[in-house]
Design a protein. Sequence first.
Length: 125
Amino acid sequence: MEKTILLVDDEPAILSILSRMLERFGFDTLYTSDGSEALQIMEREEIHVVMVDLRMPGMDGVTLCRELKTQHPAVCVFALSAFVDAYTEAELLEAGFAGWLGKPFDMNAIAAICGRAFSMLESPA
């Protein structure tokens, strides 16, 4: 399984930092600042892990997560946002998020979460 992560955030600097850091941990990355484009990328590419900002113009992260889980039920979607606390755990779970981290984020924690997600996908229980 290719270890490609799709990053979705409306801040170009965040996308650049996340992409570079995840690539240092051995992951491939694709990224976009638009939820609709993220759905298009998912149709073209084999992606199993997605990192999503919650507050973006147009399609927000919760709506994007719901769409991703409807169209690609096996995908692991994680929220990376300064606004994680604006949602209850129940709301995030209901939307389909596998987990979430607040900004500012710890790159080691993000890499560990991605690694665990790929491990679970490669050897489902």
